[in-house]
Design a protein around this ligand. Sequence first.
Ligand code: SAM
Length: 389
Amino acid sequence: MDEKLKKDELAGTVKFTPSLCKQRYEFIKQLVSKHKPKKVADLGCADCRLLWILKFCNCIEMLVGLDISEDVMKEKMHVLYPLPGDYLQPTERPLTVILHQGSVAQKDPCMLGFDMVTCIELIEHLEAKELEKFPEVVFGFMSPAMIVISTPNSEFNPLLPTVTLFRHPDHKFEWDQAQFQKWALAAAARYDYTVEFTGLGAPPPGKDVGFCTQIGVFVRKYQKNGEPEAVEKCSEHVYKTIFKAVYPSLKDEKYLQTAVVNEVVRTSETIARRLLENRKSKSKKVCDSVETDHPCLRSCFLRCVASPALAEADNPDTEPFLNGQTVYIPLAKIFSFPKVKQLCGTVETLSKLITGKVALSSDASALLIDIECENEEWENEQLLPASEQ
Ligand code: SAM
């Protein structure tokens, strides 16, 4: 990278691969996988790109974006909706994604109780008055366990030849390392946080200007317990909610029931098929030993073996068996399948979730599968002369 940077610098450009923007998202993703926050808010979320990346982090159950601009959020917010696959295979984790329009200079109780708050390239867009209020709102009021703030390092700007005053026309200021660190240390001291400084986009060798993007990672020093006190102080909602998506989750009984019924039907069909295959191969052996090619005799014989007596299984409480044209599959057998066990936890829950959705025996101890058609097909197969099979 250093060689490339040198060349780019000579050519009048400094490029980062991957782009700094991607590196910043990756930095947050790494922090999330390390600290496993459940509730994450991205302030100044713009077109929701970071939120979209974070929705795939399995630890997160609540993901909230805030931006002053409703239009910029609306551009891409559709990417935050659940996909068909989320409905087909809901996961254990509940996930709610919400977008609010509002300012980080204002307090709203919907921003309380977060574990992590990210402010990526946000503070340099704030007017002086907003910046003044920012620490009180984010550190004092929201007071999450961790806050990540990134902002451009103005000392790097001379290496970016296209930059004249600021890197972006909407920037109200750009700080050097000393300015950012002074501001960050003051906020940390005032609101009882520690802060560590790092950055992304190293300068070329010999250019001792610090990272292109400077980052402060703040960690709250004190433990919070119970309901946040701040709710009492501020109960007025000032943000406007513009998007909310509740992802399907197995924690929701409606989705759990669908998943269990699908799994039970699949499992039962496998069990029934295995039982019939077994019987088929056993009786075919016997049938082959019957010394006749006469179709009527074979048919008569097959009807006998295809209509066994009730409860022929070794243990009808746990093993499937055939009674006439019905396969009985004890719930205990279905429950022994790992996926069913994992979804239901107990046989009682299994029974509760499938009652009314599948055919059960009168005492509700077994699931019933009617195999009339399958047996007919099978018998017809047996009746065909070998050459036609
Ligand atoms: N965080 C985004 C990312 O990393 O992709 C980019 C942020 S963009 C450079 C700055 C965003 O801050 C803009 O979308 C802007 O609308 C938003 N913004 C500016 N002032 C704000 C305020 N007072 N409250 C909330 N958001 C604000």
